[in-house]
Design a protein around this ligand. Structure first.
Ligand code: NAG
Length: 343
């Protein structure tokens, strides 16, 4: 009996040593693979579709949208700067939002548009992480600016008598500076986690630009911790901004409801504009970062929303629906034409 046990023990220890030896070997192989593969220097972006015809169609469509976005936002900035009447907090913030929209539309879209015509859609390691940094910086700034604009409307509608004292020049500049600082903080906090990951050979990003959830999945170590950091960081900023916006717009709507019909219709048209932008911007962000069941092929179409659709919404909404803006633009145009006739 004792012999039998010692035999079994012997066998087991053999088995044990065998398996640890095997484990050690596979560990070494893993780490060698790590060493080889952490030198991924480029990523490949798959883009929206592989069909040539659709890509060509999208090329034309996105190019038109991009040009209109840049020109429209530039027009808003020029108009705000050159019209004394528009020297109010709302237009100050709107001018800054236009600037952010323009950069948000420009950090990845031109490359994505050119990629639609290319077979190999390659982006360098540095390029990929620059895109991630800018996306989160500008996305964060845009969110906080939208909150600032909602705050401005809240004060204007719910506390009209104190509007000029609360929203003075200093506060406006402070709101803009704060939005950039928060954007920088939001983006700067998560980049160090992602950029130091070792990356493996499948270097294919199934999207139109690099973003954290997809890129961190390509790392050859377990990225559970990094994923948590990403979801927490992006989730907290987008969800908290969204909730603040919901509350302030509810308060505004309740106040507007008890007002005169003329004030109501004016407030309603501004509010509808703001709320449309907010929903189209935050919807996709929250879905991508917080919704646990989202899948990548849906995510990349949603990414189109906040980099291509939202930046063009401002010019459309604020020039086509806003009488003050339209009048100012027409005046500016007339002054421009007259000055050319004089010379
Ligand atoms: C945006 O904000 C900056 C700094 O607060 C300000 O100097 C600038 O005039 C603003 N831009 C527009 C277009 O209003």
């Amino acid at each position: 009996m004792a012999l039998y046990f010692s035999l079994i023990l012997h066998d087991m220890s053999d088995l044990f040593f065998l398996s640890t030896g095997h484990l050690r070997a596979s560990c070494m192989m893993e780490s060698m693979k790590l060493l080889n593969q952490s030198q991924v220097s480029v990523f490949i972006l798959l883009g929206l579709t592989s069909s040539q015809d659709i890509q060509f169609l999208l090329f034309a469509l996105f190019l038109v949208i991009y040009v209109v976005t840049v020109l429209g936002n530039l027009l808003i900035i020029v108009t705000v700067f050159n019209t004394p009447n528009l020297n109010t907090p709302m237009y100050f913030l709107l001018g800054n939002l236009s600037f952010v929209d323009m950069t948000l539309a420009s950090f990845a879209t031109p490359k994505m548009i050119l990629n639609l015509l290319k077979k190999q859609k390659i982006i360098s390691f540095a390029g990929c992480f620059t895109q991630i940094f800018l996306l989160h910086l500008l996305g964060g700034v845009e969110m906080v600016l939208l909150v600032s604009m909602a705050f401005d409307r809240y004060v204007a509608i719910c506390k009209p008598l104190h509007y000029m004292t609360i929203m003075n020049k200093k506060v406006c500049v402070l709101l803009v500076v704060t939005s950039w600082l928060l954007g920088l903080l939001h983006s700067g906090l998560q980049i160090p986690f992602a950029v130091n990951l070792p990356f493996c050979s499948p270097n294919v990003v199934d999207s139109i630009f690099c973003d954290l959830p997809l890129v961190t999945k390509l790392a050859c170590i377990d990225t559970y911790f990094v994923q948590i950091v990403i979801v927490a960081n992006s989730g907290i900023i987008s969800l908290s901004c969204f909730i603040i916006l919901l509350i302030s717009y509810s308060l505004i709507l309740i106040t507007v409801k008890n007002h005169s019909p003329t004030g109501q219709s004016k407030a309603h048209s501004t509010l509808t504009a703001h709320i449309t932008v907010v929903i189209l911007f935050f919807g996709p962000c929250i879905f991508i970062y917080i919704w646990p069941f989202s899948n990548d092929s849906v995510d990349k179409f949603l990414a189109v929303f906040y980099t291509i659709i939202t930046p063009i919404l401002n010019p459309i909404i604020y020039t086509l629906r806003n009488k003050e803006m339209k009048i100012s633009m027409r005046k500016l145009w007339r002054a421009f034409v007259n000055s050319r006739e004089d010379t």
